[in-house]
Design a protein around this ligand. Structure first.
Ligand code: SF4
Length: 396
């Protein structure tokens, strides 16, 4: 942080929090609330950027990955979800193991390092299905990292198969599961659970299963879906629970704040969070979650341009190139289904950051890892179009 930026932050009234940030002290819930309600978003972002640059310098990560959504049939019935279908609906689907293999073979020309698979809570699928899907992925690409099945899905499997979540995860690990995505956390409070997603596990179970995964050696991420019925206090409670769990296990890799998209949901009367909200949540996450290594600006949800700005509001990761969106395919859209590597690099460089390709566990890979740190560079804008909310991946 430059002396000029320090003065600006102090003048904005955030001097006390600045002092803690510079001293590396943990912020309190009251600090978090101050950051949420403070009128000077740029000052909040400057604080988050200080932490981000202390951890990662000018680097911004991305991964070449493929998303596959194996089923949209779900019995959880979350009010905020536009993706799920009941088994009787005409557009309900389950991908067979062969379908998954075919989806992957269609993209064998790309150096995909990660398969990200999430889907609905579908009680008709046996444990063998999940194991076979993972094994098929490894058959097609032996080196691919399989990041699959949210904690909510694992909890539902445990219930359906009369097993413990630990045993389910062990069996999936034996099949080749590498890590667990961050979805299903939503807002980790009883109020949000009761109002929005009573059909799936509450925050106690979510945290316990995450900690169990970490003890098994499975790294996980953690999302926070905000902007619906929750209060700011609930967002901070969510972060407190994650921070406490991380103190215990150290198993979370990235925090991923996700703005709620009301279109085509039962909450379609609610307004969508603004880009400013999205940047603030990245920043508050970066500042409050001092024991999380990474903050992800998830471009699929935020749009590439807002995610790009997020690289100056605490985020150090734009996620992946994201090949193949099931909902996207079904919509028959001719819009882009992915960000190509040149566009991803362009987005990062336009923001004055140094792109580094990573694997699922944030190890630098590929030629980008060898690049020296760089300052701001002028590049032509990338031809990336935002993706409509109805075309997004589920966050089960
Ligand atoms: S968010 Fe996930 S668990 Fe909830 S209804 Fe949608 S697919 Fe099902």
């Amino acid at each position: 942080m430059t002396p000029f930026q320090e003065r600006c932050v102090e003048r904005s009234g955030l001097g006390a929090i600045l002092g803690k940030v510079l001293a590396g002290e943990r912020l309190s819930a009251a600090d978090g609330m101050t950051l949420y309600v403070h009128p000077d978003l740029l000052a909040v972002g400057t604080l988050a950027n200080e932490v981000r640059e202390r951890r990662h310098g000018g680097v911004a990560y991305y991964i070449i990955n493929q998303h596959i959504n194996h089923t949209n049939i779900c019995v959880a019935g979350c009010k905020f979800c536009a993706f799920y279908r009941t088994a009787r609906q005409s557009d309900a689907y389950v991908l067979s193991v062969e379908d998954v293999e075919r989806r992957m073979r269609e993209h064998l020309d790309k150096p995909i390092r990660e398969i990200h698979m999430v889907g609905g809570v579908n009680p008709e699928l046996p444990l063998g299905y999940y194991q076979d899907v993972i094994r098929a992925m490894k058959r097609v690409r032996p080196d691919v990292h399989v990041k699959a099945f949210t904690i909510v899905e694992i909890a539902a499997m445990a219930e359906n198969f009369a097993m413990t979540p630990e045993d389910v995860m062990r069996r999936l690990q034996e099949a080749g599961l590498g890590s667990i995505p961050g979805g299903g956390a939503e807002i980790l409070t009883d109020h949000a659970h009761q109002v929005l997603f009573r059909g799936k596990i509450d925050h106690r179970a979510w945290i316990e299963i995450a900690k169990t995964a970490h003890r098994l050696g499975l790294r996980t991420n953690a999302t926070m879906m905000y902007g619906h019925v929750e209060t700011l206090e609930e967002r901070l409670d969510h972060m407190r629970l994650l921070r406490e769990a991380q103190d215990e296990t150290g198993g979370f890799m990235a925090f991923i704040p996700l703005a709620f998209h009301p279109e085509n949901t039962r909450l379609s009367h609610l307004p969508r969070p603004s880009a400013a909200d999205e940047l603030r949540n990245l920043a508050v996450g970066r500042l409050m979650l001092d024991n999380f290594a990474h903050i992800k600006a998830y471009w699929i949800m935020m749009t590439p341009r807002v995610a790009q700005a997020g690289l100056h509001f605490g985020a150090d990761d734009l996620d992946g190139t994201v090949v193949t969106e099931e909902i996207y395919h079904r919509a028959g859209s001719t819009s882009p289904q992915m960000i190509g590597v040149p566009e991803m690099i362009g987005l990062i460089e336009e923001a004055g950051r140094t792109p580094v390709e990573r694997d699922s566990l944030y190890n630098p890979v590929g030629a980008a890892a060898a690049l020296p740190p760089s300052g701001p560079r002028a590049v032509s804008p990338s031809p990336v179009k935002p993706i409509a909310a109805r075309e997004m991946a589920p966050q089960a």
